[in-house]
Design a protein around this ligand. Structure first.
Ligand code: IPM
Ligand code: MG
Length: 361
């Protein structure tokens, strides 16, 4: 039995390429943090197949007791016909909601060796280092009603509800401002927080802009704040991404902007993320990429996003900064030595990429 003060990390490999990238991350964890207690549970479609539930009460209880949770990926076409509440994605949304990890931090950092692998011109992404702070437990993902109903005329009508309270906006905006404060002194047009919404057409956008402005005046007037409509921000992100530092957005806009930002870094296989709640809550960490059913089980997935998500676990939840720095350096070194999986234009397997990183450690 481990000492009661041992730190624990619950691994949720999930579906698709999830188990493959988490297996490699486990090797990295064992190398840099041998005393860390690693646990594992089924999640998403894998849990549904075994237990009839994508997230069991037992797994949720274990998550609450862990210091952090690292998820691989969820979903796949084999669960397309499953009712929404039992779908693999529902496990992820419930886990986020239950743990109340409302601030999703998604850094987009372009490793120098990958500047030429981006879909954008090299000079636009060389040195890119921005962070998206996405609201994660409210908005249109969770608002009620959420339903498809039959209309008397035989048509069907679908409704999703976009809803935000001032408190929900303020708590995630605070995280963005604090993050920007620690990343001050940046060049570019938007050196502090760039807050994105659609206040031109949405009431939630109006409230978002007002509350962010209020909080800024009250507590963060030293941090530069800009507002931008989310569609314009999407455009700006591919035009001059280095103008941006901390991008703040709601759940849906943040989801979209973060996939876009991921591609700037060379591949979506590179992007880690952290979901954080109030102090004392276990953090939920996930690579931004999905379950990639097309390449699942073939050993082709890039494990870097998962390995860098573990790096974020060390940094944000376990306060093991040195080990985290070691991982970033090792990934950089492996990439510099030419290590590339298919998504980066190379031919290495998941295992070989992890081997290259372990060697560089
Ligand atoms: C993400 C994913 C999820 C989301 C899906 C799998 C529910 O796209 O984490 O970005 O939309 O939040
Ligand atoms: Mg997404």
């Amino acid at each position: 039995m481990a000492a009661s003060n041992a730190q624990t990390l619950l691994l949720l490999p999930g579906d698709g390429i999830g188990p493959e990238v988490i297996a490699e991350t486990r090797r990295v964890a064992e190398a840099v943090a041998p005393d860390l207690q690693l646990e594992e549970a089924l999640f998403g479609g894998a849990s549904y197949d075994a237990h009839g539930e994508p997230l069991t009460a037992e797994t949720l209880a274990r998550a609450r007791k862990s210091d952090a949770i690292l998820m691989g990926a969820v979903g796949g076409p084999q669960w397309d016909g499953v009712p929404r509440a039992k779908r693999p994605e529902a496990a992820l949304l419930s886990m986020r909601k239950e743990l109340d990890v409302y601030a999703n931090i998604r850094p987009a950092y372009c490793f120098p060796a990958l500047a030429s692998a981006s879909a954008l011109k090299q000079h636009l992404v060389e040195g890119l280092d921005l962070v998206i702070v996405r609201e994660l437990t409210s908005g249109v993902y969770f608002g009620l009603p959420k339903e498809i109903t039959a209309l008397p005329n035989g048509e069907r009508r679908a409704v999703d509800t976009q809803s935000y309270t001032s408190g929900e906006i303020r708590r995630v905006a605070r995280v963005a401002f604090e993050l920007a404060r620690g990343r001050s002194g940046r060049a570019g047009k938007f050196p502090g927080v760039l807050s994105c919404e659609k206040s031109n057409v949405m009431e939630t956008g109006v409230l978002w802009r007002e509350e962010v402005t209020k909080l800024h005046k009250e507590a963060f007037s030293d941090v530069p704040l800009h507002h931008m409509l989310a569609d314009a921000a999407a455009m700006h992100l591919v035009k001059t991404p280095k103008d941006m530092n901390v991008i703040l957005a709601d759940n849906l806009f943040g989801d979209i902007l973060s996939d876009e930002a991921a591609m700037l870094t060379g591949s979506i296989g590179m992007l880690p993320s952290a979901a954080l709640g109030d102090p004392g809550t276990p953090g939920l960490y996930e690579p931004v990429h999905g379950s990639a059913p097309d390449i699942a089980g073939k050993g082709l997935a890039n494990p870097i996003a998962a390995i860098l998500s573990f790096e974020m676990v060390l940094r944000w939840s376990l306060n093991r900064i040195e080990a985290a720095d070691r991982i970033v350096k090792a990934v950089d070194k492996a990439l510099n030595s030419g290590a590339r999986t298919g998504d980066l234009g190379g031919s290495m397997s998941t295992r070989q990429m992890a081997d290259a990183i372990l060697k560089a450690l």
